[in-house]
Design a protein around this ligand. Structure first.
Ligand code: GAR
Length: 187
């Protein structure tokens, strides 16, 4: 049974889909949800599904405290799902090719520092894009630049607000992220 840990900062709709996907799955299990945000809704979602949670601050992320916690768990895959802090190089170096992130656009477009959540969808709308999508990628030391694992696209010609785009993108994320994770842990 492979061990998955999730890092998330916000509402955690992706985290919840992943937790549910692996609830009765013989391949893997979500063993912990880690968050830098004490008030993040993801914590409730994890607790409701009996997944242990860990809350940490920025200092603990950079000073090795979080790395020690992960080392105790020995995960097979670290999944970022709406995690909004820069992931530290010490963890990336300790877990090469074992950390993935989901980005709500078609990288390399609309990636980089400051490009997260609604900022991405606003930019996509402002540029009058006819399609957007999701990118699941390995995490390296540069924001949104690790190797792409999976992408899916959606037509957004009819969308008039960033919220409408966000909704479509979230649906794509929920549809694909759990199964892409399953493929990664079983390959
Ligand atoms: C997701 O759309 C994810 O792609 C995005 O944050 C949202 C989190 O939603 N991540 C980024 O923008 C990272 N650059 P959720 O908390 O409901 O899963």
């Amino acid at each position: 049974m492979k061990k998955i840990v999730i890092f998330a900062s916000g509402s955690g709709s992706n985290a919840e889909k992943i937790i549910l996907h692996f609830k009765n799955n013989s391949q893997g299990n979500v063993v912990a949800v880690l968050s830098n945000n004490l008030h993040a809704k993801v914590l409730e979602k994890a607790e409701n599904n009996d997944v242990p949670t860990v809350i940490f601050d920025k200092t603990a992320l950079s000073d090795g405290t979080v790395l020690s916690k992960i080392n105790e768990i020995q995960p097979d895959l670290i999944v970022l799902a709406g995690f909004l802090l820069k992931f530290p190089e010490s963890i990336i170096a300790a877990y090469p090719n074992k950390i993935v992130n989901i980005h709500p656009a078609l990288l390399p477009k609309y990636g980089g520092k400051g490009m997260y959540g609604m900022h991405v969808h606003k930019a996509v709308l402002e540029n009058k894009e006819t399609e957007t999508g999701i990118s699941i990628h390995y995490v390296n030391e540069h924001y949104d630049e690790g190797g792409i694992v999976f992408q899916a696209t959606a037509n957004i010609e009819k969308c008039q607000t960033p919220e409408e785009i966000a909704e479509i993108v979230h649906q794509l994320e929920h549809l694909h992220y759990p199964s892409v994770i399953e493929k990664l842990i079983t390959k």
